[in-house]
Design a protein around this ligand. Structure first.
Ligand code: BGC
Length: 700
């Protein structure tokens, strides 16, 4: 709840900003002050952990500038999607300022549960509020066009409806706390290679139906306070300078009334951005202020255009906690939020394979845990998607709590290996997260003694990615040779003794599964499940929780089955070392481009067509420990009702999806006890058939 106290404003000349006098304040501002309001205050807050600069929130990505004489405070902007990213410690203070590490975006969308995502948003929003952040730079919601995009973990899905609905829930949650959001990165920001310059070349039909549709849903349904334009170009124009995108589509068609800001570094033509409807330049350089003043004076930029952006900044400012004088406590309820993080993780973990009920594990069983990730789980990705969380609950400790004994001699070897490979500490890793520890080679003799001493093997395979780079095929999308060897040998040794092998995928994005999935008995897709990830995984493995996550993205058999693979930069044996037609990365700036030649053929929209290649796991896939009977859908106007009955032996939740022929609605049941039924009433999303010829898209 917001508490009003004396405004931070200092009265001068009697005029001070209020919610109802924005025009009056605007007319009082000098040209320089106007330019200052649309140009952020620089990197001071982001770098404060290193420099010790006195700022409101050390580690916050950016701020705006204050105009004290008119009672306009500076507002604080902070990442990010998996939790608030600020410095966990401050010079001169013994207090800590940790934030809860929530599961990554791909896991949140795997819940297919808008209610739990809204609770995650509310918890993150509350931490932002209590630490003094006014706008959270999240959610990230670019479409998973290709699995190698290094930031897919921050995003939701290959499907725009699922992505849009999950984002809208997240936004509603954050903004319920009186804190703003910034939906990002608008738009067609689907790769990290050459990210400041790459030109996404995509037809308007495809753009509207796939790459803008999710943003449209989020904007129309949840009203984010701000939108962040992306780094890339779109059909030749930097999105930050694209009037068609930022004004014609976003504001005029979608009736968006909030503010648009830039993404952080990269290309700037400040006046062009103002003219396009990009209101706030972050993190902001003094030279941009000078440029704006100069251009207005020379008549190259209309002051009226600048005024439009200034008004939007003021409209944002008056909504913020700092303007309203909210007294932050610096003490959010981290214990309560950890429960939300765990519950979300439990709902988004996807059971991909479970032959002969290998899972859940029997109480009292002894598990041999392989893979560094079994002891050092990766809770999230790096870059601005990283969170300084107070701890990460590890799988080994959490399994012990669930009554599963961890095979100690193997655990001791892994702990030694981890101690011998401490994460490299640097300023950047402190700010953005450390890379994963390399895997430990496991000898055949170690496998044999583990197979004798334990009842089963659990092998955790981890992947790490983050902004600024895309993933690679070798040793990333594909398993590495040591991983394949470990998996093959473990299956041979454990199976020869009649013991099972379970694989846990601790990944941010899709990995290849088709070539090895026949080896283990069970596969659990844990994603990067946040700081409570170990607990959530252990509760799924032990059967305390019945898995209910479903894939928000297709797992192809072969990377090259994906139509987008023909036009995605990756470094693979010299084939296609950069987007089709472009030069090598960063060679000649303005020339990098990616043609979205696959058109609508993204994810299941392609793989469900007759004649398309088979997949390893389809969109929407996910197993359970129980089973459900789902009634025939009954359509009535724009709603559809479906009854779901739990006909299995344990309590569980089920997801219902209406694919007609693309996803038009989805819902998730509450926890249904055996024998219990719930009727879901879902609203069908409209399909814009002017942009999408429905008859051409077969159902799945
Ligand atoms: C990222 C944004 C982030 C910003 C501030 C940029 O590099 O692309 O997602 O919000 O930095 O940290």
């Amino acid at each position: 709840m917001l508490v009003m106290t004396a405004n931070v404003a200092v009265l001068a000349q009697g005029l001070t900003l209020r919610q109802d006098n924005i025009d009056e304040v605007l007319s009082e501002l000098t040209l320089k002050e106007k330019a200052e309001l649309v140009v952020g205050a620089g990197y001071k807050s982001m770098l404060a952990g290193m420099t010790g600069a006195k700022v409101a929130v050390p580690g916050a990505a950016g701020m705006t500038r204050a105009i004290p004489r008119l009672g306009i405070p500076a507002i604080v902007l902070s990442d990010g999607p998996a939790g608030v990213r600020i410095e966990p410690s401050r010079k001169g203070s013994t207090d800590s300022f940790y934030c809860t590490g929530f599961p990554i975006g791909s896991l949140l969308s795997s819940t297919w549960n808008t209610e739990i995502v809204e609770r995650v948003g509310a918890a993150i929003g509350n931490e932002a509020l209590e630490y003094g952040v006014d706008v959270l730079l999240a959610p990230g919601m670019n479409i998973h066009r290709n699995p190698l995009c290094g930031r897919n973990f921050e995003y939701y899905s290959e499907d725009p409806l699922l992505s849009g609905k999950i984002a809208a829930s997240y936004i509603r949650g954050v903004q319920s706390q009186g804190v703003g959001t910034s939906v990002k990165h608008f738009a067609a920001n689907n790769q990290e290679t050459n990210r400041f310059w790459n030109d996404s070349r995509v037809s308007e039909e495809v753009l509207r139906e796939i790459y803008l549709r999710n943003f449209e849903i989020a904007v129309r349904e949840a009203g984010p306070w701000t939108v962040m334009a992306s780094y890339n170009r779109l059909n030749g124009i930097h999105t930050q300078e694209d009037k068609w995108l930022l004004t014609d589509v976003l504001r005029n068609e979608w009736n968006y009334e909030g503010l648009v800001m830039t993404d952080w570094t990269g290309n700037r033509n400040t006046a062009a951005q103002i003219q396009a409807g990009c209101d706030l330049m972050e993190p902001g350089k003094r030279s941009q202020i000078r440029e704006l003043v100069r251009k207005v004076k020379k008549g190259e930029l209309a002051e009226a255009d600048l005024d439009i952006c200034v008004r939007r900044v003021l409209e944002l400012v008056v909504k913020t906690p700092v303007f309203k004088g909210y007294e932050r406590s610096l003490k959010p309820d981290l214990a309560a939020h950890a429960v939300v993080a765990r519950e979300a993780a439990e709902e988004g973990i996807v059971l991909l394979k479970n032959d002969q009920s290998a899972l859940p594990l029997a109480q009292g069983a002894v598990a041999a845990l392989f893979g560094v990730g079994s002891y050092q789980l990766l809770a999230g990705g790096t870059g601005s998607g990283h969170v300084h969380r107070p701890y990460v609950m590890q799988l080994d400790d959490a399994l012990a709590r669930e009554g599963i004994t961890v095979f100690a001699p193997l655990a001791a070897l892994y702990r030694q290996h981890i101690m011998a490979h401490p994460p490299k500490k640097s300023f950047l890793s402190g700010m953005l997260g450390s890379p994963a520890i390399p895997e430990m080679p496991v000898s055949y003799a170690t496998l044999e003694s583990a197979a004798t001493g334990a009842d089963m093997a659990v092998i955790t395979l981890s992947r790490q990615a983050g902004e600024g780079g895309d993933r690679h095929l070798d040793d990333d999308f594909l398993l590495s040779d040591p991983e394949i060897r470990l998996l093959t040998d473990a299956c041979e040794v454990f199976h020869s003794l009649g013991k099972k092998v379970i694989v846990v995928l601790n990944v941010g994005g899709v990995v290849e599964t088709a070539s090895w999935k026949q080896l283990p008995d069970a596969i659990v897709l844990g994603w990067q499940p946040g700081q409570e990830g170990g607990s959530a995984l252990a509760r799924i493995l032990s059967g305390s929780v019945c898995p209910s996550g479903k894939l928000p993205v297709t797992f192809p058999i072969d990377y090259f089955d994906l139509p987008s693979s023909a036009n995605f930069p990756f470094d693979y044996s010299g084939r296609n070392s950069m987007s089709a037609g472009s030069e090598k990365e960063n060679d000649v700036k303005n020339v990098g481009y990616t043609v979205y030649e696959e058109g609508f053929d993204v994810g299941y929209r392609y793989f469900s067509q007759p004649g398309a290649p088979a997949v390893s796991y389809p969109f929407g896939f996910g197993l359970s420990y129980t089973s459900f009977e789902v009634s025939e859908p009954v359509f009535s106007g724009d709603t559809v009702s479906i009854s779901v009955k739990n006909v299995g032996a344990v309590a569980g939740k089920e997801v219902v999806m209406i694919l007609d022929p693309v996803l038009r609605a989805f819902g998730k049941t509450r926890l249904l006890q055996p024998g219990e039924t719930e009727t879901l009433i879902l609203t069908l999303a409209e399909l814009d058939t002017t942009h999408f010829v429905i008859e051409q898209r077969p159902g799945i």
